[in-house]
Design a protein around this ligand. Structure first.
Ligand SMILES: C[S@@+](CC[C@H](N)C(=O)[O-])C[C@H]1O[C@@H](n2cnc3c(N)ncnc32)[C@H](O)[C@@H]1O
Length: 208
């Protein structure tokens, strides 16, 4: 439920970068450039959070970041201004945006779908597919449980904290909704062990 997520992120926003810092340094920093590699034109960063992706936006691109949480957005604005980037930041629900069909050349979402409730996975995928132009790309970076029993056990120990702090879960299984959303899985790759995966999706074809 969006109101719960707003409350969760109002609570965690001021600690978010600090808590995420060790993971940012050891994992995400090297992965974020891949989210934007080769992209150009109009890009949507859905669930922009505190703006951790801003440093990796392609220089000539026109990026819009949306997020449900005003508290996270205010941190993103600060980061954007410090970086001197012209990024539009808007409070908006990724499941129901106000953008026209095919408005963006590409859509990126890092750690958004592990936060979205199970029931919100399909509507959000459909919406990101709607706003991405035919021939464009949707790139998702998401967590999942490891197949390794020891690592899975450790992740299970972390899970209650991760859910309380971020509203996130490791078992969102976003892939299962791809077909129903009318999208096509173009590429899937584990980019950190078998717990962090990059999904590259193609939006539906345009009108015939
Ligand atoms: C785990 S954070 C990830 C932030 C950022 N993308 C990153 O890579 O650090 C998830 C973000 O998604 C936002 N969010 C949750 N539900 C959303 C929704 N329905 N629409 C837009 N943003 C949402 C949260 O407010 C939060 O800022």
């Amino acid at each position: 439920m969006p109101r719960d997520k707003k409350r969760t992120y109002a609570r965690i926003a001021r600690f978010y970068d600090f808590l995420d810092g060790p993971f940012e340094k050891s994992r995400y920093r090297t992965l974020r450039p891949r989210l934007f590699e080769g992209l150009s034109g109009r890009i949507l960063d859905a669930g922009v959070g505190t703006g951790r992706n801003i440093d990796y936006y392609p220089p000539e691109s026109e990026v819009t970041g949306i997020d449900l949480s005003p508290a996270m957005l205010s941190r993103a604005r600060k980061r954007r201004d410090e970086a001197g980037r012209a990024v539009e930041l808007m409070e908006m629900d990724a499941r129901r945006t106000t953008f026209p069909d095919g408005h963006f050349d590409a859509v990126v979402a890092s750690f958004l779908f592990c936060v979205l409730d199970y029931d919100d996975q399909l509507p959000a995928l459909k919406e990101l597919g709607r706003v991405c132009k035919p021939g464009g790309e949707i790139r998702l970076l998401e967590y999942c449980y490891s197949e390794d029993p020891r690592q899975r056990f450790v992740m299970r120990l972390w899970a209650p904290w991760v859910h309380w702090a971020y509203g996130a879960r490791f078992d969102r299984d976003t892939e299962r909704y791809i077909d129903e959303a009318g999208l096509t899985l173009r590429h899937k790759e584990f980019v950190y062990g078998d717990t962090l995966k990059l999904l590259i999706l193609a939006p539906p074809d345009g009108p015939a």
